[in-house]
Design a protein around this ligand. Structure first.
Ligand SMILES: Nc1ncnc2c1ncn2[C@@H]1O[C@H](COP(=O)(O)OP(=O)(O)OP(=O)(O)O)[C@@H](O)[C@H]1O
Length: 193
């Protein structure tokens, strides 16, 4: 798995406010980075910058390997039953073992439920299933534990550890603790402008 995510001297401005500056990181295969900080400090903004969805006010980013982003938006057809909505992407993503994600995230009994009827935690598990099915080496996760019960949280923490052991990278923005396999951590308060 080829993966690398490097950022040099990033600054982020939203509206009239400079949120953070002077932020650099260098993630190699196997690295798991926790981006921590209070509400509104800029965690989601940093994830979007790293994903290439938001232009940094300053700084440079280099990415190697496909990016898998999970945030509060669920990229599944709300009108379809979950099984069909996931299957649409499984073929496009070239997923070879869609059953694995269903098993690991305990989604099997929800296959016939329309996506729009899923609960918050069920929607999050569906988003994580899509992430697993894509097989991207670089995971960018914005508050991935939100809405998950304790059991699902532990299961997902184990999946992130597995991903990193296999040479992947995970960047996890979370205001809560997240059990990660390596102790890398960025506290955004230290880069506040
Ligand atoms: N498009 C925008 N224009 C102006 N300000 C914005 C915009 N989007 C976000 N902001 C502001 O930027 C700040 C950082 O937002 P961001 O969502 O990155 O924070 P966060 O650390 O992820 O917060 P939370 O933990 O609540 O999710 C907030 O004060 C927010 O109001």
């Amino acid at each position: 798995m080829t993966a690398r995510l490097t950022a040099k001297d990033l600054a982020c401005r939203r509206g009239e406010r400079l949120l953070f500056r002077g932020l650099s990181l260098d993630c190699m295969p196997g690295d798991a980075l926790h981006v921590a900080g209070a509400n509104g400090i800029g965690k989601s903004s940093l994830i979007r910058i790293l994903a290439g969805l938001l232009r940094p006010f300053a700084g440079e980013i280099e990415r190697e390997g496909a990016i898998g982003l999970v945030d509060e938006r669920l990229a599944l057809d709300e009108a379809l039953p979950l099984g069909k909505a996931l299957a649409f992407w499984e073929s496009l993503d070239g997923c070879r073992d869609p059953g694995r994600a269903l098993e690991l995230l305990q989604l099997r009994e929800l296959m016939d439920v329309p996506v729009r009827y899923l609960s918050t935690g069920q929607r999050k598990r569906a988003a994580l299933a899509r992430l697993l099915n894509r097989g991207c080496p670089v995971w960018l996760l914005d508050e991935p534990l939100n809405g998950l019960d304790r059991q699902a949280q532990a299961a997902f923490e184990a999946l992130v550890a597995q991903h990193c052991q296999g040479g992947g990278i995970a960047v996890v923005a979370s205001h809560q603790d997240f059990a990660l396999p390596s102790p890398l951590r960025i506290d955004l308060a230290e880069y506040a402008a």
